[in-house]
Every structure is written in structure tokens, then in C-alpha cells.
Design a binder for this molecule. Sequence first.
Ligand code: EPU
Length: 421
Amino acid sequence: MDKFIIKGGKSLFGSVKVGGAKNASLALIPSALLTSGVSKLYNTPGLNDVYTMLKLVRHLGADAQFENDVVTIDTTGVAVLEAPYEHVKKMRASVYVLGPLLARYGYAKVSLPGGCAWGPRPINLHIEGLKKLGAQIDLVDGYIVAKAKKLQGNRINFDVPSVGATGNLLMAAVLAQGETILNNAAMEPEITNLAELLIKMGARIEGVGTPILHITGVDDLQSANIETIPDRIEAGTLLVAGAITGGKVTVESSNPLHIYSVIAKMEESGVTITYGDRSVTVDATGIRPEGVNVTTGPFPGYPTDMQAQWIAYMATANGVSTVTDTIYRDRFTHVPELSRLGADIEVKDNSAVVRGNNKLSGAKVMSTDLRASASLILAGLAAQGTTEVLRIYHLDRGYQNLELKLGALGADIERVPGTEY
Ligand code: EPU
């Protein structure tokens, strides 16, 4: 297990490019299962989660190649309709193969994902939605076994907007007979990216980008190519890296509208933001940011995937702020680790009350999940002295070459390969 050694206290300056969005790729790759032929997915990030999804579609019989940032998937040979526990336990997004396999082959057996380090992450909305499309679903020995000769369109209302359930149901409904309405659908840009690929394949979807998706099923779909959108969470994390170190950082190849909620909160904290065509610059030189409250919500609200990073930022700000997570109420495993760096944070229910100080100092800390790792790195960049971030395999699931990108901006950060961390 590798670790990072960070010598903090250096302001970051310069420009950095973000890669393709992890959570878009994790939906785009399985959507190829809806077709028979060769699809190309451009701007795919080289991340462990993406490699896990590629392994899964290969297990199903697809030929999937990844060169530079292009995934080429040939689904002609798909013959296995089962996603085993070994894959799903590694990555919950494996459940994305359920909708397309069921819609195209009339059968899918997918391991139930189980728990998560930061609390329950149910998939009841996926299952209830597929049942509404006429699937017979049984839970057998820890597996979801789904069958349907031909899915039938229906009206589906999500109690809460779920990215995964919207993606799965969208992939199922495009091949269902008749019309489907997904009400209170997730509007995340990654879902829009998926819908755009499905439309290129020949799917009929109206309302893309809105909470009401209207799908008219078609008999079959053709393989198609798409450009993966930029990773908005990587962009947000790099902007916070600029702000937390009192530097000036331009994040290129990003879509500012995808992270406007984060940018607006950053502006509120006192830093200066300027927009380019496909870039955003944060200038925090000579500024001590002020505490700003944040409450996470579905897109276009403030993303839960930027909650941990915001807490790190607020730990160095002037004043008290409250950070509330309404999406994942227990997602605070980074807090005790941030406290080891001198952060003053108290968690009550689903809120963290952060009393900012400018006295963070280096220590050994442990990553507990992907975004928690990012928050520890950000705090380490701001802290005086040396911070060791252990177990960064969590980070490698979702950030490509983060240490190289931060290093190019002037951070003193080194990856140390090892086995005992
Ligand atoms: N929910 C249910 N029932 C369901 C599904 C979801 O109650 O069947 C609830 C969840 O408990 C949560 C809310 O709905 O409170 C939203 O969860 P969602 O289904 O949207 O999450 P997800 O699809 O499992 C994706 C991202 C996560 C991100 C969330 C929220 C992917 C592969 N994962 O997960 O990304 O946090 O949306 O935006 O797209 C990450 O990248 O670090 C990450 C965890």
C-alpha cells in the first residue's frame, strides 16, 4: 500500500488539466452492453474504478481495450449474464450492469453490493424501478436475480433523486416496450453524459438534464462513440488546493457550470474566481478565507463528493462554519483524521461544526475512502511540517496522478511505494 509524504505550507501556483469524469465512465462503459458492436469512449480517466468496470465487462464476454484515454469496447461476444460478488464488493457501481443486461438479454444476476465504509447505501430504488418495468426480481444467496422476457414502459417516481437508480433505469427503459417516465430523476452531469450516449445509440429520451425523463423504448440500439465529460470533483478538489494554500490555480478542461455550487461557496469565502472558456481560476493570494456553511444536495446543489474537501478548507478558515451532508448522513470518517492534523471539528448528526484555525500541523493520517483521502491531502498541503497520508489506494480509485498534478503546481508531495501502510 503506497503512502504520500507531503511537506506542507507551500502556496500552489499554475495551471492544471482535469481528466474525464470517473462517475460518467462508470455508467458509459456498461451502457455499451445495450448494443452489439464496437463503441469508443474518449477522455476516459485511467483510474482503478474504471479498470474494475472494464474487468467486469470483460468477465461478461466483452472485449474491452484501454489505450491512452480511449476505451474501445466490443460487446459482440457478451455471453455471461452474472456480475459476481468478487467484482461488486470491490466497487458498488458494478450494479450498473443490471439494467442493460436485463433489458437486452432478459436476465441478469448481480451480487448485492452490501454496506459501505460510511453507512448504508441502499439500492431499493433500482430494484423497485425495475419491478415497475415488469421484471421479476428475487434475492437469492446475496444476489439479485432479475428476469423479464421484455421490459414494459411505466411511470416511475423516485422518492429521492438517485444517480445510480436513474442511470440503471434509463439503461433499462431505452429497450423497454412503450413509454417510461422517470420522475424526480437525478440531474447530475454524469447522467446527462450517459443519456447523450444512449441517444447516439438510437435511444429516444426527452427531458435530458431535467428531473423528468421521458423515454420511448426502441427495439434495438447501435454502438456509438462519446467524449466523457470532465471530472467536476477533481476540478473542485484542485480549486480547493489553490485556495487552501493561499495560491493561484487555474483548472483547465473543466466545465465551470458543473461545479458552480462549489465555486459560488469559494467566492463567498473571500477568494477571487475568474472564468475562462473551459477553465476556472481561483486566486487566494494574500487572503485568509472566511468560514462558509455548506449543505450538500443533489445536482445542481453542493456535491456530497466535495464535502470532505470543504471541511478541510474550512478547518483553515477564519471563523466557525457548519457543513451538513444530506445525501450521506454518516460520511464523516475524515473528521477524526483531520483532527490529528490540528483541525477543530465536532460532528453532530449529519453536520460537522468546524472551528477554523491557521495552526494545522503535519502528522500521520489514514485514508478511509476516496474523498476522505482528498481532504487529508488538502489539509496536509496547508499544514506546517510533514504529513504522511497512509492507505492511498482509496485515492487511486478516483484521482489520476493527483500527486503529479499537485507537484506541477509547486506542492512538495511524494508517493512512497510500500507494503506495510
Ligand atoms: N438511495 C436510496 N435508494 C437507492 C439509491 C440511493 O435511498 O436505491 C439514496 C442514497 O442512500 C443517498 C441518495 O439516494 O442518500 C443518493 O445516492 P445515489 O444513488 O445518487 O448514489 P450512487 O449512485 O450510489 C453516485 C456516485 C457517488 C456519489 C453519489 C451522490 C457513482 C458511481 N457514484 O453514487 O460517488 O457520492 O452518486 O452524488 O456515480 C464518489 O465518487 O466518491 C462517490 C461516492
